[in-house]
Ligand binder design. Structure first.
Ligand SMILES: Nc1ncnc2c1ncn2[C@@H]1O[C@H](COP(=O)(O)OP(=O)(O)OP(=O)(O)O)[C@@H](O)[C@H]1O
Ligand SMILES: [Mg+2]
Length: 362
């Protein structure tokens, strides 16, 4: 899959921009000093793929300080040539997603442009935050399967509503039996999400093991374990029972304890949990392996190779891993940012280099 055209207006610090992407080249590098807009550019492309940012949950943050709205557009080079658009408006606050000019829901929008994003921040985040390990699964599954994203969003909504209700019950302004509706939704969507995540882990297992060996250039054995928060559940009835058994604890805490929103992933190297024992270099290898597994699975399952967004990765990768990266991205349309042009020297492909300065891309 390739992007053929990018249009950006009113987005963060970026000047209005139209980039025609040269089909003959596969690497597009954006070079500039700190704070000039490199990551913003990748963020704009990411939004066109996934409808959300990788660094904020607040849509309004995306609009330039002096602007009333921002509009992002990517043309995707595929048979049914598609244009994806994201528009965020300040007043009245809203985000609009469009494909070929027609408004779409997030679950219909995601997946037209497929993208995999890799930044050094992934390293520390993966190591320390279960939320980001879950996000890895969710971002991947959402690009593979519309139904997953749809159910995930409805699940999250149900959790939010149930938690609000739990607090009201605690304050004695609502009744316990009002929980039934949300409990049933949590059971339905929760079981589906758990099942899909478990299936994905099985597919990732061998893929990651092989990737890890070739990236780290060791014989170390990487394993990934899914730590499902609901444990061994037989069926809907079983889960519903567990949830109702826990009700008093939920009410006291004002939040839902049981469900895939509390899932985690565990990574082991030669049987040892990486969270406690892995070095930074081992985390780097893992994150690279996860990203390449993501690309491979998306390609295998959809027949389309996602575009790759690499944000300032050179600062975090040693020479061995940089070489691996350069080899692995051959044939993938790659947008890459860096503060120093020299970092790109090892990349022996036709590349287009842009300069990023004060939000302007030349
Ligand atoms: N909504 C916004 N409106 C205007 N400017 C913004 C907005 N959001 C962020 N910025 C500014 O955009 C600038 C560029 O940010 P960006 O993260 O793209 O920099 P960068 O080139 O990736 O820098 P680094 O090399 O440090 O990663 C920052 O100075 C930031 O303050
Ligand atoms: Mg940056």
């Amino acid at each position: 899959m390739k992007i053929s055209h990018i249009k950006i207006k009113g987005f963060r610090n970026l000047q209005p921009l139209e980039l025609k992407i040269d089909k003959e080249k596969s690497v597009f590098a954006f070079v500039g000093a700190n704070g000039h807009g490199k990551t913003n550019l990748l963020e704009a492309i990411y939004l066109c793929a996934l409808s959300k940012s990788f660094r904020t949950r607040t849509n309004m943050d995306l609009i330039g300080f002096e602007e009333d709205f921002c509009a992002l557009e990517c043309s995707v080079d595929r048979e049914d040539a598609k244009i994806v658009e994201v528009i965020v408006i300040r007043e009245p606050a809203q985000k609009v997603l469009k494909i070929n000019g027609v408004k779409k829901s997030a679950s219909d929008f995601i997946g037209v442009l497929k993208a995999v994003f890799f930044s050094p921040d992934d390293l520390s985040e993966m190591a320390f935050a279960p939320r980001l390990r879950r996000r890895y699964l969710d971002v991947l599954l959402s690009q593979l399967n519309h139904e997953y994203l749809d159910k995930l969003m409805r699940y999250q909504e149900a959790i939010k509503n149930r938690n609000a209700l739990l607090k009201k019950i605690r304050e004695k302004t609502a009744n316990k039996d009002e929980l039934d509706f949300w409990d049933n939704q949590i059971v339905d969507f929760g079981l589906y999400i758990t099942q899909k995540r478990a299936d994905l882990i099985v597919q990732l297992q061998t893929l990651l093991k092989d990737l890890y060996k070739s990236i780290s250039q060791t014989e170390d054995v990487l394993e990934i374990h899914y730590q499902s928060n609901i444990g061994d559940i037989e069926d809907e009835q079983d889960l519903l029972l567990k949830i109702t058994e826990n009700i008093d604890r939920d009410i006291a805490g004002g939040s839902t304890q049981l469900g895939p929103h509390r899932d985690d992933l565990q990574f082991l190297i030669n049987g040892h949990d990486m969270v406690y024992f892995a070095s930074r270099g081992e985390w780097r290898s893992l994150v690279l392996a996860l990203k390449f597994a993501e690309i491979k699975l998306i390609e295998d399952k959809t027949g389309e190779r996602p575009v790759l967004l690499l944000d300032d990765v050179f600062s975090e990768l040693d020479e061995v891993r940089q070489k691996y990266l350069f080899k692995a991205i051959l044939g993938t349309q790659t947008f890459i940012t860096t503060t120093h042009k020299e970092f790109l020297d090892g990349l022996k492909v036709e590349k287009q280099v842009y300069e990023v300065k004060d939000g302007e891309i030349k």
